[in-house]
Design a protein around this ligand. Structure first.
Ligand code: NAD
Ligand code: USQ
Length: 569
């Protein structure tokens, strides 16, 4: 039986499962929408990490061919294949429970944000009951900065409805400012009695926190009060709630440890010779990072005084946009910040590459930082929720990172991949020009964390996110807009005048207006046209550049389309 027959075969469908899992980014799907064969296609459509559904099926068919279904079902990722073996959902739930713990009731504070949204979906997917609490302040800051997500994010109620439609799972949402509405927060805890709170609800951009006095004061007031209110409310509620907080690698400072950064605590010899295990000294690099250090002291105190169970996750820079869950429907898409204040370095480089604009390395690019993919953020948090410290244990601190890279090396990686130039601009930040960084992440590793690495997903991000939505970019928002101090501001302004005035940069990016013009004929726009370049790129990504696989995928795509045409009513 050929691959296409296999795609249609009952045998394969029963292995894959016939749930209506729809994949909007699949090339075949787009073609079938045109041919109105979408309903039929839906039943085969099954998405996998970086692939579009049809390719997953092709890959699986090949795999079945060479290994046989039995062998595959032992070696595969299990979750979809076990579906054919009768009592699958129970089995999957049991496996999930083993890895992530029993289903719990979880309040996700900041669940409308970049990390919070995909994490909420993941927690819901693996069986937890999720209530999102958010004051939507991040969306207001978009308005204040006149910048927005590169990806078109839906209002929170639409997001939640869409999730219910695609997963059948219900999530709740409450608009609440946890820094300023203490009484409502306490009422919510009494009413919902959650097992855990995941706390993302802080102002998280270092440049925004350095913009001016108003932003500095807002960041301190918002972040410290949000954390303190949660701790107070947990104590006053008299409930045993596990608090999982998103902290940052930046609390350690960069290059100050003199070796591998341990997970939160460090052994020291005190004057007098006594040995002690203390919180790693803080050495923050911005007002934002300082608030995370203050959070850490609040955690230490409340754990000591009230025996609250607390996990503090020192997370590196998050890259990527979508996760297995957000890819399921366009309405679930995650935000992608690219502007000078909120855009983080790698996502900015990806967007700049997609526009063909030079990559903005600050200073020498010798800054080394830790990175983690957004899908792994969600998984690590689920692991943290499933493995709370015991009452009375000191604050559990995990380094939530996958790998470390120097900024200029990242720029080179992206530049080699996309042939865009690199420009070394004056650094708006007061930070070490060069630093080493080695980070321990053994705790998550011991819980089964297998990180997604840059090498696996970068090109997919450029093609499927940055290029796809490049037409929404406002080029004037790309250059840095906040400075750490007067001297940095003057240096940057002088540099800009001499070497890189903003107008020139904006003109350089004049092609964005071209993207705007092309918007209607964009491959993923409503008229459903497929652009051949995009298809080529996608094939390249999916095959990881293997010419033989590209050939095979092209042939299969042709065959599938012909076969589907034959099946249109
Ligand atoms: P984000 O700004 O996209 O999301 C934060 C969310 O919290 C927003 O939806 C915002 O509206 C909400 N919020 C802020 N203050 C609130 C308040 N007082 N009450 C209720 N809701 C409030 O940020 P993000 O990138 O998702 O980051 C989430 C957390 O993870 C932050 O604490 C950040 O420090 C941490 N973190 C992020 C990264 C990263 O690269 N994005 C890396 C390490 C750590
Ligand atoms: N950088 C460039 N070019 C750019 C943007 C940034 O060279 O166009 C450099 C910066 O100078 C800095 C590094 O890249 O040295 C990282 O900057 P970033 O904006 O990606 O990250 P940062 O400001 O540290 O903050 C981000 C998140 C924050 C989180 C932190 C994790 O916004 O919420 O806490 O990453 S960490 O850096 O590990 O502390």
């Amino acid at each position: 039986m050929g691959i296409v027959e296999r795609l249609y075969s009952k045998e394969l469908q029963s292995v894959v499962g016939t749930k209506n899992k729809r994949c909007n980014s699949c090339v075949l799907h787009q073609r079938l929408v045109q041919k109105k064969a979408v309903v039929r296609h839906n039943s085969w459509c099954r998405k996998r990490n970086n692939s579009s559904c049809v390719f997953y099926l092709v890959w699986m068919a090949q795999h079945m061919e060479s290994n046989g279904i039995d062998k595959y079902s032992k070696e595969g990722d299990g979750s979809s294949l076990n579906t054919s073996r009768g009592d699958s959902s129970e089995l999957i739930q049991r496996e999930t429970n083993l890895k992530y713990g029993k289903p719990k009731k979880i309040v996700v504070c900041g669940g409308d944000g970049f990390c919070g949204w995909p994490t909420s979906l993941f927690l819901s997917e693996i069986g937890h009951q999720v209530l999102i609490v958010d004051n939507l302040s991040r969306r207001n800051i978009d308005n204040e900065l006149e910048a927005g997500s590169l990806t078109p994010i839906c209002p929170i109620s639409e997001r939640i409805d869409a999730w219910k439609q695609v997963s059948g799972n219900e999530m709740k949402f409450e608009r609440l400012d946890i820094a300023n509405e203490y009484d409502r927060l306490l009422q919510l805890l009494w009413r919902e009695k959650p097992d855990a709170i995941v706390h993302f609800a802080e102002q998280r951009a270092a440049p925004y926190s350095m913009k001016g006095s108003a932003q500095k004061r807002y960041t301190v007031n918002n972040n410290v009060n949000a954390t303190h209110n949660l701790l107070c409310a947990i104590v006053e509620s008299n409930l045993d709630i596990h608090l999982v907080h998103l902290g940052t690698m930046g609390v350690y400072g960069y290059g100050t440890s003199g070796g591998e950064i341990p997970e939160g605590y460090i052994d020291v010899v005190l004057p007098g010779g006594q040995v002690s295990n203390i919180l790693h000294p803080s050495y923050p690099g911005s007002v934002y990072h300082t608030t995370k250090c203050l959070d850490a002291l609040l955690f230490q105190f409340y754990q000591k005084n009230d025996a609250i169970r607390i996990t503090d996750l020192h997370q590196g820079i998050v890259w990527g946009t979508n996760t297995e869950q957000t890819r399921r429907d366009e309405r679930l898409i995650n935000r992608f910040d690219y502007d000078g204040d909120y855009g983080t370095v790698l996502n900015r480089f990806l967007m700049q590459a997609a526009l063909g604009a030079p990559l903005t390395v600050y200073g020498t690019g010798g800054q080394t930082r830790a990175f983690i993919h957004i899908q792994d953020t969600a998984k690590c948090i689920a692991l943290a929720v499933g493995n709370p410290p015991n009452p009375g244990d000191k604050v559990a601190i995990f380094n939530q990172v996958a790998e470390c890279h120097r900024v200029r090396d990242l720029a080179k990686l992206v530049s080699d991949m996309t042939q865009v130039d690199i420009v070394y601009v004056s650094n708006p930040r007061q930070e070490s020009a060069e630093n080493e960084l080695q980070v321990a992440n053994r705790k998550f590793r011991s819980l089964g964390y297998e990180p997604i690495l840059l090498s696996e997903g970068l090109l997919d991000e450029v093609v499927n996110v940055a290029q796809r939505y490049a037409y929404r970019c406002d080029p004037k928002k790309i250059l840095p807009a906040s400075y750490w101090n007067r001297k940095r501001k003057e240096d940057c302004e002088r540099y800009a005048k001499e070497k890189l005035d903003r107008d020139t940069y904006a003109r350089l990016l004049g092609k964005v207006s071209l993207f705007h013009e092309q918007q209607n004929s964009h491959p993923y726009s409503s008229n459903g046209r497929i652009d051949s370049l995009d298809e080529e790129n996608m094939l390249y990504v999916l095959s990881r550049g293997n010419p033989e696989t590209i050939k095979l995928l092209k042939k299969t795509l042709e065959e599938c389309t012909t076969a589907a045409n034959g099946n249109v009513d």
